[in-house]
Ligand binder design. Structure first.
Ligand SMILES: Cc1cc2nc3c(=O)[nH]c(=O)nc-3n(C[C@H](O)[C@H](O)[C@H](O)COP(=O)(O)OP(=O)(O)OC[C@H]3O[C@@H](n4cnc5c(N)ncnc54)[C@H](O)[C@@H]3O)c2cc1C
Length: 334
């Protein structure tokens, strides 16, 4: 069976199982353990952060658990539980419609709610972990349910416990968000203040709908649409380096973009490093570095996962040679 992925890479698996409830998942797991005990198991979402290096010789699970449930509310906040199979951007639109705020800056990031909690998606200064209260999952081994409070999820920049020690061990089934009833726009990152002014809005009267639309417009202008050109968004993480390393690079490249990170470290822009290394808009066979956003690798048509991997390695080698920085992929290689 074909596995959908936004890179548009041809990849098959033995069986793809979609489930729409915890009970259906437990039944599917019982069947898998009986029939396919020795095959590997992979849980996916909408395939927007996956790179298949070949066919997947195992069973693939996908959530279709839906539902938005108001669990609790105070004068200022709501606790909302969302099914892992909901499309994240649809939920953000619905939340804004209902007057629940905090996720506007994550608008238009592709993928499901379950994956958002695994990946700790982030954009424009907001990360999923800023608004996650707890995550529910079911063990792929024995079907037991587990709940992780946010502080147990080991969240970091595009990191979580689900991407590390628990990778491949649980299906995330539901995520509870703590959202605010008061809209407070976060405009500090990615030129949002300027974009707000250009759109003709005043910061003091900006609505969540308007901010969402500004972000959607920026993203559409900047990022390739996977329906037109296969890609998985940012292919590499922005590297975080020591203050000393950043100072050394800044003395050689005074125009290098840099941002304060945790523990006195400095975050650099991987896209800038790739561009300086001469890769922006360049191809290697059917794989290419996008011509408007060097952080994005694209499938020009007919690329295999190995073609993309080859390009990834070539880019990494040149950045390492020129800047002494080891870029790390954000995309999950399967
Ligand atoms: C055009 C484009 C723009 C993007 N922009 C951004 C951005 O701005 N910020 C950002 O952070 N990301 C961005 N991404 C990456 C991507 O949208 C996110 O990583 C997203 O969370 C992936 O969701 P998905 O449902 O497609 O998950 P998949 O790619 O299918 O899976 C991602 C990971 O989550 C695991 N997983 C998925 N669902 C479950 C589940 N229910 N239970 C257990 N494990 C699960 C998978 O095993 C895999 O490890 C972009 C991607 C594209 C294509």
């Amino acid at each position: 069976m074909r596995i959908d992925n936004t890179f548009g890479i041809e990849a098959q698996c033995r069986e793809l199982i979609t489930y729409d409830s915890e009970e259906a998942l437990r039944k599917a797991l019982a069947r898998i353990h009986k029939l396919y005990a020795d095959l590997p198991l992979l849980h996916i979402g909408l395939g927007s952060n996956l790179l298949f290096l070949g066919d997947y010789e195992g069973i693939v699970l996908k959530s279709d658990i839906k539902g938005i449930r108001l669990k609790d509310e105070t004068e200022s906040e709501v606790l909302v539980e969302v099914g892992a199979g909901e499309v994240c951007d649809d939920f953000i639109a619905e939340a804004i419609h209902r007057g629940w705020y905090g996720m506007e800056n994550l608008s238009l990031i592709p993928g499901q709610i379950g994956a958002a909690a695994v990946q700790n998606i982030g954009a424009y200064g907001v990360e999923a972990c800023d608004v996650i209260d707890e995550v529910k999952g079911i063990s792929l081994k024995d079907g037991a349910e587990h709940i992780w409070k946010r502080n147990e999820c080991k969240y970091g920049y595009r990191q979580s416990i689900f991407k590390e020690e628990l990778w491949g061990k649980y299906a995330i089934t539901r995520v509870t968000f703590r959202l605010s009833k008061r809209f407070e726009p976060k405009l500090q990152y990615g030129g949002l203040v300027k974009a707000t002014q250009l759109a003709g809005f005043a910061e003091s009267t900006l609505t969540a709908e308007q901010l969402r639309q500004i972000i959607i417009d920026i993203r559409r202008a900047k990022l390739p649409d996977p329906k037109e050109q296969g890609n998985a968004g940012s292919f590499f993480k922005n590297p975080v380096v020591s203050k000393e390393k950043a100072e050394q690079l800044l003395s050689e490249h005074p125009a290098m973009p840099h941002y304060p990170a945790e523990n006195g470290k400095v975050k650099l822009a991987a896209g800038w490093l790739i561009e300086q290394a001469g890769w922006k808009g360049k191809s290697l066979g059917p794989a290419a570095v996008h011509d408007r956003q060097a952080l994005v690798l694209v499938n020009k048509g007919g690329a295999t996962g190995k073609d993309i991997q080859r390009l990834c390695q070539a880019v990494k080698n040149d950045v390492k040679e020129q800047f002494g920085i080891a870029l790390e992929p954000e995309v999950n290689f399967i």
